[in-house]
Ligand binder design. Structure first.
Ligand SMILES: [Fe+2]
Length: 390
């Protein structure tokens, strides 16, 4: 099913080490010790503290003789000042290792601390592609959701409060030395967050799979997550303690993250960003809402891949043309969203038609994501997708 272009060069990005599996959190101290750390800043959010997930982290660091200090003030969709405050703490406490633990926001702030601890100026100077000058301090990233894949990617996203927009720092230096992915840390995730973050991972896999920038690496790493998420996300959502479902959701989120770190994203993320920032809707939920509508628009640009997605999500495509089968991928996604009780129309979230021009303006700021998207988009196309999503 893959479309490999033989004459093209392909890049693949990954952390130095991914430690995956149940109870791997217990190895944190020895991993930090091997990196030469003496004092760690743990960057996290109040939810992680409340769920008592820091206990094994502290125990493991203490048993390895590594002192630590906790920064637990990461906000959702983190503004740049979150990175500034945590970096100041990192420096004043004399730390030499940053540990990010939590959802995408905590991991992204930890990446920001790592880079701003060694690079002068403001985060804003580094928003864009490969603008960071120096390697950051060493970092270990530990996800407690199964969604963003931030533990394995080379980007972090911040909110610029000056104009309430998302900005992206894309640099090799954002890659972690070590990612520790322990599915047991996701067991306490409530159903709504399980669903929203899980669909975010599905969006990563689908967007990179159909992308014009897809590579043999990203294809291989996107296919299984699509299959696993279709099968296991409803189970993890319905029964939070189901270890098999949590295991495969963690594996799916991490591998989908590796896929998009090498293949890139597309129009779903571009059209979802202004919904997230404008209406205080989580990144995963905003992506979930836009996913079927952007897929329907995109089908004609890569019917073979969308047909493969339908098959991976359990649809019977025998005897159908690629385009007929591709349509079933949208059906499969809408069925999944319905099962997860995720409404996928803008009107469900209080968004009005008169808001569309502002949404279009916000999405156009991410028009660079339209280049790898399988179908071209102009401003009027973005408007019509929002109309279709209403
Ligand atoms: Fe995402």
């Amino acid at each position: 099913m893959t479309q490999i272009i033989f004459e093209k060069a392909h890049s693949f990005y990954s952390p130095l080490k991914i430690l995956f599996g149940s109870n791997t959190i217990k190895a944190l101290g020895s991993e930090a010790w091997q990196l030469g750390a003496k004092r760690a800043l743990i960057v996290t959010d109040p939810g992680v503290v409340k769920a008592d997930l820091l206990r094994p982290v502290k125990e493991s660091l203490e048993s390895a003789g590594i002192s630590h200090v906790v920064h637990d003030k990461v906000e959702p969709e983190p503004p740049i000042r979150c990175i500034d405050v945590a970096t100041a703490q990192f420096k004043s406490e004399g730390c030499d290792l940053v540990i990010g633990m939590g959802g995408g926001s905590s991991l992204d702030v930890a990446k920001g601390v790592s880079i701003m601890a060694t690079n002068a100026g403001s985060v804003l100077e580094y928003c864009g592609m490969d603008l960071v000058k120096k390697q950051g301090v060493k970092k270990i990233l530990i996800p407690t959701t199964a969604g963003t894949g931030s533990e394995v990617t080379r980007v972090f996203v911040v909110t610029d409060e000056a104009d309430n927009t998302k900005k992206v720092v894309n640099t090799l230096y954002a890659l972690a030395e070590i990612a520790i992915v322990d599915p047991l840390l996701t067991l306490t995730m409530p159903p709504k967050i399980t669903a929203d973050t899980g669909v975010d991972a599905l969006v990563h896999a689908i967007e990179t799979y159909v992308s014009m920038n897809a590579t043999p690496f990203s294809d291989i790493l996107a296919e299984k997550p699509i299959q696993w998420i279709a099968r296991y996300l409803p189970v993890a959502w319905a029964k939070s303690s189901n270890l098999e479902a949590r295991y495969f959701m963690s594996l799916a989120a991490t591998t989908a993250g590796m896929a998009f770190a090498s293949g890139g994203l597309g129009a779903v993320h571009a059209l979802a960003y202004p919904i997230g920032t404008g209406y205080r809707i989580s990144h995963g939920r905003a992506n979930s809402v836009m996913l079927p509508h952007v897929m329907r628009y995109n089908l004609a640009g890569n019917p073979e891949k969308y047909a493969a997605i339908a098959l991976l999500m359990g649809k019977d495509i025998e005897g159908l043309s690629d385009l007929e089968a591709a349509l079933l991928s949208v059906e499969a996604v809408e069925e999944l969203l319905t099962t997860l009780q995720i409404p996928f129309h803008l009107s469900n979230y209080g968004i009005q038609e008169e808001d569309f021009p502002k949404l279009v303006e916000g999405a156009m700021r991410f028009s660079r994501l339209f280049i790898p998207n399988p179908r071209d988009l102009k401003e009027e196309d973005v408007y019509s997708i929002y109309e279709g999503a209403y």
